[in-house]
Design a protein around this ligand. Structure first.
Ligand code: ADP
Length: 163
């Protein structure tokens, strides 16, 4: 699998599926989650409610429609909230592994990832990047391309240095 990094907005990526840093309720939120629901429109929330009535566990992943975005699917993952005491790194690597497994289930071959947990959830950025890259590299998958979408210049530099 090819891994690349771009600077930009995840909602604008021309990929099969965009990955969302959701929360376990899966009813929308701020950051990437807010941007994805805003860009995808109400169909994304409706699919979350229909397919995930109880939400998703931390570390897990599940797909919905991408609504009006050019991607076909959103793969929602729930990263650990370090600010709420979820410090188990395995929950963060699990998000990337489970996202690839869900992508294989639905046949998505190109994915765009945000830096899960590195925003409001407070995971240190360097380690969030390392957790992402090492898991993407180590997980067997049919996904052909994983694009890390850096939100801003400093994240772009951080990811490209570590790639
Ligand atoms: P979490 O709650 O998992 O920490 P956040 O959405 O707060 O998730 O932040 C995760 C990362 O996504 C942060 O690095 C943040 O800067 C970045 N981000 C926020 N909005 C976007 C966007 N539209 N596209 C790509 N990345 C974004």
């Amino acid at each position: 699998m090819e891994i690349e990094v771009v600077e930009g907005d995840i909602t604008a990526q021309q990929v099969d599926a965009v990955v969302n840093a959701a929360n376990s309720r899966m009813r929308g939120g701020g950051g990437v989650d807010g941007a994805i629901h805003a860009a995808g429109g109400p169909a994304v929330l409706a699919d979350c409610e229909r397919r995930f009535p109880d939400g998703l566990a931390t570390g897990d992943a599940g797909w919905t429609t991408a609504g009006r975005m050019s991607a076909r699917w959103v793969i929602h993952v729930v990263g650990p909230n370090r600010n709420a005491g979820q410090t188990d790194r395995g929950l963060l690597t699990s998000c990337y592994r489970r996202a690839l497994e869900v992508a294989d289930e639905i046949g998505a071959r190109t994915l765009a990832f945000p830096l899960v947990s590195a925003g409001v959830y407070g995971w240190p950025k360097e380690d969030a990047v390392d957790a992402a890259l090492e898991t993407l590299r180590a997980t067997p998958t049919n996904v052909e391309m994983a694009r890390m979408v850096a939100f801003g210049r400093s994240s772009y530099r951080l990811i490209s240095d570590r790639l």
